[in-house]
Write a protein that binds this ligand. Structure first.
Ligand SMILES: Cc1cc2nc3c(=O)[nH]c(=O)nc-3n(C[C@H](O)[C@H](O)[C@H](O)COP(=O)(O)OP(=O)(O)OC[C@H]3O[C@@H](n4cnc5c(N)ncnc54)[C@H](O)[C@@H]3O)c2cc1C
Length: 452
């Protein structure tokens, strides 16, 4: 058995695990089904045309490789590292990831204005504002940074296999012995599967095939909210992607803001075969609006635990009602129980940044409980950020954040197949760059400890 580690996935989880192992002098080969960073380009950033590989989420740098790289330096944003390590170690891991980003050329300046006034206002309204240290790499700098990362690893002897999709793992007697690609097998004594969200279904199949337990995680269902950029300005000065969480009065459900795009655009996303929405900030183009997701956390217990199937059925219903396009509605129309029309949308002070939508009634598409949570959540947020619950505010539905199946591991992130580890978003262990990278470091530590 060769003294070699194979990493599947060159996203943050795979790259940071590789960095740690290569620095310790281990032989590492990393496979990714996507392209090299400077060969990645999306032909249609405002509307997905389903390319294979998908340059937005696949290739060196992983899912965020073409984003503007906002780093949330907080162990409980984008995952919860304290599930695996003590709180102090979680902060150390984040510092370790941040240090590597800085060495690779990430800008040293962190965000922004003093959070105290926003914190005070949010607390007075029963809303949790999570001021996080945030570092903003920027879409203009990120590809070169990722290229330097890859060059550094290659100088350390790491082999990159690109456009190389791993199809299966090799297991003998409960021990992982390597991986199988389309036309070759590669042996190793440790394997890390870090395939991200784009590879989560494949990882679920591997888990099923080798009897590795998994469980469903909560999903987030809601809308994309679009407001005039000026309205959200103060919060943006404090954090580029301000995180607010609240529990709504009627159902006591957790509602949170996510993925804020100052001067950004609402974009279409496909959930399986149905239409949904997301948000995007383009470096080259700025709109007059800011958009963010407002999401309700949904967990299911017996008899149905499959949150993916539930989310899928919501997206199908919205797809049917929107005639195959996402639904847009003014908040004022939603509250008055009437559908929006293009004529009513034209009366809005907010001009939609996504045109390929159907004016309609979101309350016909999303569960009543979610709609109540969204309205109450916006009214609560309006006390902190006046204007977000104006009648003109635009809502796009559905926005659904599906969660990968959580692969059950020990604290060292090793599965029940010995020598097989998982990290990052694909295994349901993280939801952002920093947390994914940190789980990669945990695995690297585990492999080094095992090898003594
Ligand atoms: C458009 C966009 C913008 C984002 N912006 C931000 C942001 O600003 N800040 C932030 O913190 N997070 C952001 N995220 C989320 C962030 O990118 C992810 O949380 C993070 O990249 C997850 O890292 P990962 O290593 O677990 O997986 P990924 O980054 O998804 O990498 C997994 C890699 O595995 C490869 N792969 C999958 N299956 C196989 C297989 N079978 N064989 C070989 N290779 C395989 C894929 O090609 C991919 O390159 C963004 C995501 C997207 C989609």
């Amino acid at each position: 058995m060769p003294n070699r580690t194979i990493i599947v996935g060159a996203g943050p989880a795979g790259l940071f695990a590789t960095h740690h192992l290569a620095e310790a002098g281990l032989e590492v080969a990393i496979f990714d089904k996507g392209r090299d960073i400077h060969d990645r380009r999306c032909p249609s950033p405002l509307q997905c045309t389903h390319c294979d590989p998908c340059d937005v989420v696949e290739g060196v740098g992983g899912a965020g490789g073409m984003s503007d790289g906002k780093l949330n330096l907080h162990p409980k944003i984008g995952g919860d590292l304290t599930d695996f390590v003590p709180a102090e170690k979680a902060l150390e891991l984040i510092d370790q990831v941040d240090r590597i980003f800085l060495e690779l050329g990430a800008p040293s300046g962190e965000n922004g204005a003093d959070p105290i006034s926003l914190l005070r206002r949010a607390a007075a309204c029963g809303i949790e504002f999570i001021p996080a240290r945030q570092r903003h790499i920027g879409s203009d700098r990120l590809p070169d940074l990722i290229q330097r990362f890859k060059n550094y690893l290659e100088e350390k002897g790491v082999i990159f296999g690109l456009r190389s999709q791993v199809e299966d793992i090799l297991v003998e007697g409960g021990i992982c012995r390597g991986v199988r690609l389309k036309d070759q097998t590669v042996e190793a004594d440790s394997v890390l599967l870090a395939p991200g969200r784009s590879g989560s279904l494949w990882l679920g199949q591997i888990a099923h095939r080798y009897d590795i337990p998994t469980h469903h995680q909560p999903i987030d269902v809601g809308v994309r909210v679009e407001v005039p950029a000026i309205c959200y300005d103060e919060a943006i000065q404090v954090n580029w992607d301000p995180k607010f969480r609240m529990h709504t009065p009627t159902y006591d459900d957790l509602v949170r803001t996510f993925c804020t795009n100052p001067n950004g655009f609402v974009i279409r996303e496909r959930y399986f075969e149905a239409a949904g929405v997301n948000g995007h900030a383009l470096h080259s183009q700025r709109s007059e609006n800011t958009n963010f997701a407002l999401l309700v956390r949904i967990a299911l217990t017996e008899p149905v635990e499959d949150t993916t199937a539930y989310g899928n059925s919501i997206s199908q219903l919205a797809h049917t009602l929107g005639g195959g396009a996402p639904i847009i509605q003014r908040l004022g129309d939603l509250k008055q129980g009437r559908r929006s029309t293009w004529n009513r949308i034209d009366h809005s002070y907010v001009k939609p940044t996504l045109g390929a939508v159907t004016p309609g009634d979101i309350s016909m598409a999303l569960p009543h409980r979610v709609v109540t949570d969204i309205i109450e959540g916006l009214e609560m947020l309006d006390r902190v950020i006046p204007g977000v619950a104006s009648a003109s505010t635009l809502l796009y539905a559905p926005e659904i954040k599906f969660s990968s199946l959580r692969v059950i591991t020990d604290k060292r992130l090793e599965t029940r197949v010995r020598g097989l580890y998982v990290a990052g978003d694909g295994a349901g262990l993280s939801r952002d760059i920093i947390n994914a990278a940190a789980t990669g470091l945990i695995v690297a530590d585990s492999i080094l400890t095992r090898k003594g």
